[in-house]
Design a protein around this ligand. Structure first.
Ligand SMILES: [Zn+2]
Length: 630
């Protein structure tokens, strides 16, 4: 079967943090510096009624009861995040930004906003739910000649930041909890390789025109809904890098095609929903003298080894035409959810110390037919029944088609099972917050003050401010867009210089493992002002940032020290004269051509202390004098 016979549809859902000065339901600023840590613990266990019957994700996750630890920071969170105080009214600033973006996409805001609760039971919300509000529906995103329909635009709370996670407990930091996120859901469209990244990039830039969205790692996340031939939708959650989108979509396409091929073969082999059975049998006693280290260790630890029959699955569990798409890999990641290391399946055996003899014993015990396969699961008793059940379900789903799942992206552009896709019963009203009308007055004000488009802003950078092409795009995409626009209003330094420092210099420093996120807008402004006044050299920008971020030096101390050590014109002249004296012979031979040699020698002593332009002028002047003397 040719893969082109399948129609691949892709829908993007973009989650972008807003750079508003407060969180969505309290006055904390989640971007503030982290100080004064306090800790508290919770055990989250949702009640049966909250979970409902139609919510496989919640039921699945509730099987793992866990302790949650939270790190709270008085700067970035309060009692609201700790769920010890009711939420305040919704942030008007965040609402205005969401309305602005709605109008930019020609979406129609709702009359009245109603805060809803969405069940979240992995501990990332202290409340056990995430608050979410639909702001508008409809609209479209224009990408070149393509119009992609917008399904909905919502505001929601960001989740806590995971610090670490193991079988018994998870630790989260509350600084990120409840930072406003705008969620834009685009309609699924037919996948074209060159389009998807462009769509995401265009939408990202449209949001950035407002100057009110956060930038940096983790501030924007893409969820991708992928389906083929009208089968169930697979949701890949949290793609952070745009350049991974295409890889992930292509991987999912192949994985899903593989699943449809398995289904077809199973049906051809006569497997039906009604005659399906995947019994499990304890096979521990087959392995009492095994060479398999893993199985031996399981028995030493008093664990169990079980085999699950996979009827008519021979060669299908290991089947893969595209790297990583085999069903065996999916079943492995399924049992990892319950804390097991993985599985062995008959398509890959004998191997891993498991012998032909042992395989035959298993086949006999399972009464395997010619077309049958089996899966071995080994580990402690605690969750083994749940893990077996999930394998049996997964095998059963193979005759139905592609199971609806939420998957997580891997670093190499594949996807892993995360959990079943939530049912529709996950939302219920937030009773602590009263609905808010979006008045005609507000609509008018926002419509009147819409930002200029991306193209208009770039052209303004180039034609009115004098930025070059590269820096125009870089500064627009950077987190310093607004700071830059403020600085060029008040500081008379070349725009290209300011933009280059805020983009290229800072990027270089962070490539050298310097945490430039520590630097504040106020500090940056101060440095540029001192440079403007001529108090410190242009070249010292990089050195000051490094000093602040690496040594945690205070900016005023650094600048004062530079001023005190600042060389007078006379000092500079003396240094250059000394060098000229030392290089007299060369100057006699080369004349004016010895300039670059002198420049190099002088810069060795004065780099970062004096503006290079001043030095070069001075050298020219003194060199000419020296030559004329001769
Ligand atoms: Zn707060």
């Amino acid at each position: 079967m040719n893969k082109n016979e399948y129609e691949l549809k892709v829908g993007l859902e973009i989650h972008q943090q807003l750079a508003s000065s407060t969180k969505l339901f309290c006055k904390c600023n989640g971007f503030d510096k982290l100080e004064d840590e306090i800790y508290f613990k919770r055990v989250l266990r949702p009640t049966q009624s909250e979970l409902g019957k139609t919510d496989p994700a919640a039921l699945f996750e509730s099987k793992k009861s866990k302790q949650m630890n939270y790190i709270a920071n008085t700067n970035t969170s309060c009692l609201v995040e700790a769920d010890e105080e009711p939420p305040h009214e919704i942030s008007e600033e965040a609402l205005d930004i969401a309305l602005t973006i709605s109008y930019l996409l020609n979406a129609e805001p709702v009359d009245e906003i109603h805060v809803m609760r969405k069940l979240v039971i992995d501990g990332s919300n202290t409340t056990g739910f995430q608050r979410t509000v639909i702001i508008s529906t409809g609209g479209e995103l224009q990408v070149d000649n393509l119009k992609i329909p917008v399904l909905s635009i919502s505001l929601e709370e960001d989740a806590s930041r995971i610090i670490n996670k193991n079988k018994e407990q998870s630790t989260y930091s509350l600084d990120r909890l409840s930072i406003p996120l705008i969620e834009i859901t685009l309609a699924p469209v037919k996948f074209k390789k060159e389009e998807t990244e462009k769509i995401a990039l265009t939408l990202g830039r449209l949001m950035r025109t407002t100057g009110k969205v956060a930038r940096g790692i983790g501030t924007i996340r893409q969820d991708v809904n992928i389906s083929i031939d009208g089968e169930n939708i697979i949701e890949v959650k949290g793609v952070q890098q745009l350049d991974m989108l295409t890889n992930i979509i292509e991987f999912e396409n192949h994985r899903q095609i593989n699943l449809l091929k398995i289904k077809k073969t199973l049906i051809e082999r006569g497997l039906e929903k009604n005659n399906f059975s995947a019994n499990s049998i304890d096979i521990s006693n087959i392995f009492t003298n095994t060479d398999s280290k893993l199985l031996k260790q399981t028995l030493i630890n008093k664990g169990r080894i079980v085999a699950i029959i996979a009827p008519k699955f021979k060669k299908l569990i290991g089947q893969e035409e595209y790297e990583g798409t085999r069903l065996g890999r999916d079943i492995s990641s399924l049992v990892k959810f319950f804390g097991y290391g993985g599985i062995f399946h008959s398509d890959e055996l004998p191997n891993y110390g498991i012998t032909i003899d042992e395989i035959n014993k298993i086949k006999n015990k399972l009464k395997n037919d010619h077309d049958d396969a089996f899966i071995i699961l080994a580990g402690d008793n605690e969750n083994i029944d749940n893990a077996i059940k999930s394998i049996q379900n997964r095998l059963f789903q193979s005759i139905i088609g592609i199971p609806a799942e939420t998957r997580t992206p891997t670093e190499d552009g594949k996807t892993d099972f995360m959990r079943p896709r939530p049912g529709s019963a996950r939302m219920y009203p937030e009773t602590d917050i009263i609905p808010v009308k979006i008045t005609d007055g507000k609509r008018k004000i926002i419509k009147k003050s819409l930002p200029k488009t991306y193209e208009e802003q770039i052209s303004n950078y180039k034609n009115n401010i004098g930025l070059n092409d590269k820096l125009s795009v870089q500064i627009f995409d950077s987190k310093y867009k607004i700071l830059f626009e403020n600085l060029i209003q008040q500081i008379h330094l070349p725009a290209n210089f300011i933009a280059a420092q805020l983009t290229e210099t800072l990027i270089n420093l962070s490539r050298n493992n310097i945490d430039v996120s520590k630097i504040t807008d106020e500090e940056l402004e101060k440095i540029f002002k001192e440079i403007e006044k001529g108090e410190i050299a242009k070249e010292s920008f990089e050195k000051i940032i490094e000093d602040i971020c690496k040594n945690e030096n205070n900016i005023d101390n650094i600048i004062n020290e530079m001023k005190t050590n600042k060389l007078s014109e006379e000092d500079v002249e003396n240094i250059i004269l000394e060098i000229i004296d030392m290089k007299k012979q060369i100057i006699k031979q080369k004349g004016i051509d010895s300039f670059s040699m002198l420049m190099g020698e002088t810069m060795k002593q004065l780099r970062g202390k004096i503006d290079g332009k001043i030095i070069s002028n001075k050298i020219k002047e003194l060199l000419e004098k020296e030559i004329n003397k001769n």
